[in-house]
Design a protein around this ligand. Structure first.
Ligand code: NAG
Ligand code: NAG
Length: 239
């Protein structure tokens, strides 16, 4: 209290000289978090991924790369998004990825894609990507989409999207897409990582292997253990 008071009595230039290192620190912090918002930048033209299992005890953050002289067009190519995904499952949706596991040439490049097909009333259920922001574009159909901000607000930010519309799901936030039309829907999305990762909320919590104790889940979800056991007995898909 006393300290604050004495600071208030200092001349204005004193506050300015004190504020600038703090502002600088914030600017550096903001810049750092901007730089870390997607995969780190590559140090060469490309680094086509190789699966090398020969080196025991060494773990690479990413993938080994091929000698650039041996790279071919097919290292940068994938035809797997031509086909409609099979939506015959309990969610009525299918995500087909095109990340570094499908396109080795994406290694170190900080970007990937998915195609999402939705049956009428199909759902891509609440999930997060731990390493990527997502920009989704609707090619066909009508989707109700949303994401939830982190604690303590947990604000739902939601929108109905039509053909050609784009929506952004910020990195790490729980989001979903629901086909509210009577026809099938198709969306593509770009993600700011070669390996965005997916955590499907219901599947991770109720379908973990081995299961989380029902004491934990009953208390966490404010439901009884019978309900937990019922949920844990369901089949959870990856979507
Ligand atoms: C789609 O998936 C279902 C369930 O797995 C399967 O029975 C069906 O044969 C698949 N359809 C096609 C066209 O692959
Ligand atoms: C490399 O390994 C991953 C994970 O085991 C696998 O999904 C992928 O298909 C493999 N890629 C190649 C080119 O063998």
């Amino acid at each position: 209290m006393l300290k604050n008071h004495s600071n208030l009595n200092k001349p204005a230039y004193y506050h300015n000289t004190m504020a600038s290192p703090i502002l600088l620190a914030f600017a550096v912090l903001a810049f750092t978090s901007f730089v870390l918002a997607s995969d780190p930048s590559p140090l060469q033209d490309f680094c086509v991924a190789l699966n090398d299992t020969k080196l025991d005890g060494v773990f690479v953050n990413g993938k080994f790369c091929k000698d650039p002289k041996l790279a071919t067009a097919n290292d940068f190519f994938f035809s797997g998004l031509r086909m409609q995904g099979n939506t015959s499952n309990q969610l009525g949706s299918m995500v087909t990825p095109a990340n570094v596991d499908q396109i080795p040439g994406l290694n170190t490049l900080g970007i990937s894609l998915v195609r999402i097909d939705y049956a009428p009333y199909g759902l891509n259920p609440p999930h997060t990507h731990p390493r990527a922001t997502e920009a989704l574009v609707v090619l066909e159909g009508t989707l109700s989409v949303g994401f939830v901000t982190s604690n303590p607000d947990n604000r739902l930010i939601t929108k109905v999207l039509y053909q050609g519309d784009v929506f952004v799901f910020p990195e790490g936030l729980i989001h979903f897409q629901f086909n509210i039309g009577k026809t099938k829907a198709v969306a593509f999305a770009g993600l700011s990582s070669q390996n965005p990762g997916v955590i499907t909320i219901a599947k991770s919590v109720f379908g973990s292997n081995p299961p989380i104790s029902d004491d934990v889940l009953a208390k966490a979800f404010q439901i009884d253990k019978k309900m937990v056991d019922y949920l844990q007995a369901q089949f959870w898909t990856n979507n």
